[in-house]
Design a protein around this ligand. Structure first.
Ligand SMILES: *Cc1c(COP(=O)(O)O)cnc(C)c1O
Length: 365
């Protein structure tokens, strides 16, 4: 049995023509940029997240970048980021001319160590950026008092956490503003690039609307130097179809995770844990093994494709060599990158497939 790590073709085929209908509707509409589909998607996505506003943008990186711009963060400023994240989190800060200030991962788990945030705050700190890595929300409420004391906005990188909750509140509604990615492989994925910003702050939402569209609200009137960073009508129409089934798809992921957790107990393998009061979107199901490479190879022999998220942390990438952050600076993050292995988890996996993964892990570990 061959189990792909992610089968986007089968996921998108399972919408049975609804995607074709949506794209045909856009073709016939004659409206391809900032029309009714984007406006409707924005309403529907804001309602889904429980925020007053959502703004459709070009991708997740631009969403993060424009949130920082809208908060007037720039050269000379610092933004606290997790050391353990996908590099886009850091790049958004760098693109503003600001400096990403990394904080290591929590002792057990993959998200930022909230206990270590205060020590990283300096007089130049302008925002705290949290990442709900692999779909598990950071408990932003545990950071709120510290953020308030230092007058720092909390920004969510929710690119992996569509639909996840923390104490009943959805990712996207936990901080001052949140960035989502609708990259095809994300829990809510377009058929191309896409992104979104959610917020309960109307002026901030308006500023993002300007920034994504050349700094312009009225055509050829440019209030500031903005970007071309819009979500397009085609992707918005596709996302509306897929949003309607997001909860169901996340429940399917939850059932796979439950089955994995039950089937893989008692092995020499660290399984993911979900703290009380949290639900994960299960974007990824990530286990830890000291013998990761051997396990990955053995699983491949069994027909089980796996992923590594991520093999090299941002501070050890050539892109950030100029920051001079040495190996050993973020030991928990570095250990995570050596040990993590992502198992297949996608809506549409059959019980037989899930059981084959479990069986393979049990014999290979
Ligand atoms: C995917 C992702 C992004 C970037 O999203 P794009 O749409 O690819 O630009 C940012 N942060 C995290 C944590 C991601 O997983």
């Amino acid at each position: 049995m061959n189990i792909p790590f992610l089968d986007l073709k089968s996921i998108n085929a399972s919408f049975h023509g609804a995607l074709e209908e949506a794209t045909a509707r856009v073709v016939r509409s004659g409206q391809y940029i900032l029309g009714d589909e984007v406006a409707s998607f924005e309403h529907e996505f804001a309602a889904y997240c429980g925020t007053s506003h959502a703004v459709g943008v070009s991708n997740g990186l631009d969403a993060l970048h424009m949130i920082l711009r809208a908060l007037d963060i720039g050269p000379g400023d610092e933004v606290i980021v997790p050391a353990n994240t996908f590099i886009a989190t850091w790049l958004a800060v760098s693109f503003c001319g600001a400096k990403p200030v990394p904080v290591d991962a929590e002792p057990h788990g993959f998200n930022m160590d909230l206990q270590a945030v205060e020590a990283a705050i300096t007089p130049r700190t302008r925002a705290l950026m949290v990442v709900h890595l692999y779909g598990l929300p950071v408990d932003v409420s545990a950071l709120q008092a510290l953020a308030d004391r230092h007058h720092l906005p909390i920004i969510e990188d929710a690119a992996q956490a569509h639909g996840a909750t923390c104490h009943g509140v959805r990712a996207g509604a936990l901080g001052r503003a949140a960035a989502f990615s609708f990259y095809p492989g994300k829990n809510l994925g377009a058929l191309g690039d896409g992104g979104g910003v959610t917020t309960n702050d109307p002026p901030l939402a308006e500023r993002i609307r300007l920034l994504r569209n050349y700094g312009s609200e009225v055509k050829y009137e440019h209030r500031e130097a903005g970007f071309n960073a819009r979500l397009d009508e085609m992707q918005a129409a596709i996302l509306r179809v897929k949003l309607a089934r997001l909860d169901e798809d996340n429940q399917a992921r939850q059932r796979i995770a439950d089955r994995y957790l039950q089937g893989m107990t008692g092995l020499n393998l660290v399984l993911p844990t979900i703290p009380a009061g949290h639900t994960s979107a299960w974007h990824l199901f990530v286990v830890r093994s000291a013998a990761r490479e051997r396990l990955r190879e053995a699983l491949a022999q069994q027909g089980v494709a796996t992923g590594i998220h991520y093999p090299v942390p941002p501070h050890l990438q050539p892109a950030y060599a100029a920051m001079g952050l040495p190996e050993g600076q973020f030991p928990r993050t570095e250990a995570i990158h050596r040990e993590v292995l992502s198992l297949p988890i996608w809506p549409g996996m059959t019980d037989e497939m899930v059981d084959h993964v479990i069986h393979s892990v049990r014999v290979c570990v």
